[in-house]
Design a protein around this ligand. Structure first.
Ligand code: MTE
Ligand code: MO
Length: 162
């Protein structure tokens, strides 16, 4: 059987390639979610899997763990095999901030996702669009706050300019 692989990359001390069986190394959680899709209506599913936070924390994100403010510039970009992607902020899943119970689903309705790859599970979302299936890459990006501010555009900027 071909196992899908997920690449953890970006500002991480320990980048990794993980299969769905690898994701069983972390504590497993079970959740029922329902979300609405603009095209197919309401869907209800049961998922199991580790917390996204636990997996990423073990990969060694490049912030100073003692300085909570340092985490606020980190983004998490999650991409599926078809290119569908979404951004989360580190603070969204960090227990010191919003602590959203986001999972990396390794099974859906008791069917293992070994072959299609893990699915992002966001019990707090009303809409289904961020439940990205077949995740191929998760990129942790701490550069946002490190970039210099963009130079001011030339000329005067005014809300009521023509
Ligand atoms: N990889 C990937 N995951 C995706 C999508 C997608 O286009 N690609 N669509 C999202 C949307 S819009 C919804 S509502 C949920 C459920 O979509 P489904 O009914 O196609 O499974 O999956 C989400 N995950
Ligand atoms: Mo959707």
């Amino acid at each position: 059987m071909t196992l899908a692989e997920l690449v953890l990359t970006g500002d991480l001390a320990r980048p990794a390639r993980l299969t769905v069986p690898d994701l069983l190394r972390w504590p497993q959680h079970r959740v029922r979610v329902s979300f609405e899709c603009a095209t197919s209506g309401i869907q209800c599913h049961g998922f199991t899997g580790p917390r996204l936070y636990d997996v990423l924390a073990d990969a060694g994100p490049g912030f100073d763990p003692g300085r909570r403010k340092d985490r606020l510039r980190f983004l998490i970009a999650v991409t599926g095999g078809d290119g569908h992607h979404a951004l989360l902020s580190w603070a969204e899943i960090d227990p010191d901030f919003a602590h959203a119970p986001v999972l990396l689903g390794v099974s859906i309705d008791d069917t293992p996702l070994d072959r299609p790859g893990p699915q992002l599970v966001l019990p707090q979302d009303r809409c289904g669009a961020r439940h990205i299936s077949g995740i191929t890459e998760i990129r942790v990006d701490g550069e946002y706050g490190a970039r210099p501010p963009a130079p001011a555009p030339p000329g005067r900027v005014s809300a009521d300019a023509p």
